[in-house]
Write a protein that binds this ligand. Sequence first.
Ligand code: MG
Length: 263
Amino acid sequence: MIAVREGWELDVMRSAGRKLAEVVERVREVLAVGMTTKEIDQVTEAAILAVGARPAFKGYKPGKVPYPASICISVNEQVVHGVPGKRRIREGDLVSLDFGLVYGGYYADTAFTVLIPPGDPLDQALLDGTRDALFLGIAQARSGKRVGDIGSAVESYVTPLGFGVVTDMVGHGIGRRLHEEPSVPNYGKRNTGPPLVPGMVIAIEPMITRGGGAIKTLADHWTVVTSDGSRSAHFEHTVAITPRGPEILTTLDPVPLPQPTIR
Ligand code: MG
């Protein structure tokens, strides 16, 4: 069942989203070459606790093995769910950071990718294309549209750029649980899928590669990598569908309507 949030619930989710955006800013400030991914996890967890929230990912257990950290850090050919550890961030790395917290009983989820200078221009193009695809998807998150309009916007933008869409992982409804109905794929046909109505809150999260869209999961039960070893990028926002259009909850920017940065 797809939840439709009441006004007070959206207010709590706005607070959760804003707190997560503050966490993201804190981590952006400290992120540097030479840091281990474990150190980034420690900064993230401290920042989540400092805003009065709880890490959403730590202990999350959809399968056999609970997720052991407060952030997912996926480097280069890793797509999502990279587990923090001893790996150090190096020049040229394409680093995807996925953040989640719970506040007042409601979840917020956001991700971004950064290219550590000096980066490969093709990695930069992948990063820019994935971020732009997210904002094109968000622009479809309107009452009267359907879930397939979001996936279609993402897919039809990145495919002509020569990039691959990861289809085995999808965005999702979000609220009292991290993952709720509906699934929000990064592919699809316009005017198909569940209708979008005011009060729905969804996490839109294109996962895009420089190669094919096939993925596999490593022996740690979590880290998802591209099957062909190609590099991957990931951007995500938690977005509320409102009568005035899409409202990005996981941002410090008060402007509710996203502006695509397409060049
Ligand atoms: Mg998500």
